[in-house]
Ligand binder design. Structure first.
Ligand code: FAD
Length: 117
């Protein structure tokens, strides 16, 4: 039982990292197609998330709080809020969403340099 909980938590940390880092790199001014792609990604992420119990709860949260995909700021804020909803249910501390700005680094500064050239 302890082993299972440890693995579930490890999966969760990895999953949240991918999600928040993806949101932090989403365009500030996305095209409609980019916003649609991100929305689809979030819903499919929920559908295939390997912890079935988590996926079910997350599905209900997505219904209550539909993904906000109009900009980087919108989706980063939404992601922080939805994670806090999960934190609340699991009785974990709330994260201060004002601090989300530089927290999630993709380690891909080179890409940024290239696209800025
Ligand atoms: P995590 O919640 O994994 O967070 C990792 C790090 O992210 C934190 O240390 C902090 O630095 C940062 N962080 C914390 N809150 C925020 C925030 N709001 N915004 C941005 N960054 C933040 N586990 C269950 O037992 N039951 C479930 O139903 C369940 N549902 C889940 C649903 C989803 C979609 C995901 C991705 C995970 C779910 N998990 C669930 C796993 C759970 O959320 C945690 O990932 C796991 O318990 C490990 O928690 P942790 O304390 O290490 O921090």
């Amino acid at each position: 039982k302890l082993g299972n909980e440890t693995v579930k938590a490890e999966l969760g940390r990895a999953a949240w990292r991918v999600l928040h880092t993806t949101f932090a790199r989403f365009p500030e001014k996305p095209t409609k197609e980019e916003s649609q792609a991100l929305k689809t990604y979030i819903h499919l992420f929920q559908r295939v998330y390997p912890c079935g119990d988590c996926a079910e709860h997350f599905g209900k949260l997505l219904q209550k709080f539909p993904p906000q995909v109009s900009s980087r700021n919108a989706v980063a804020g939404w992601g922080c809020h939805i994670h806090n909803q999960v934190n609340d249910r699991l009785q974990k501390p709330m994260f201060d969403c004002n601090n989300i700005g530089d927290f999630y680094d993709c380690g891909c500064a080179e890409d940024e340099k290239k696209s800025g050239e």
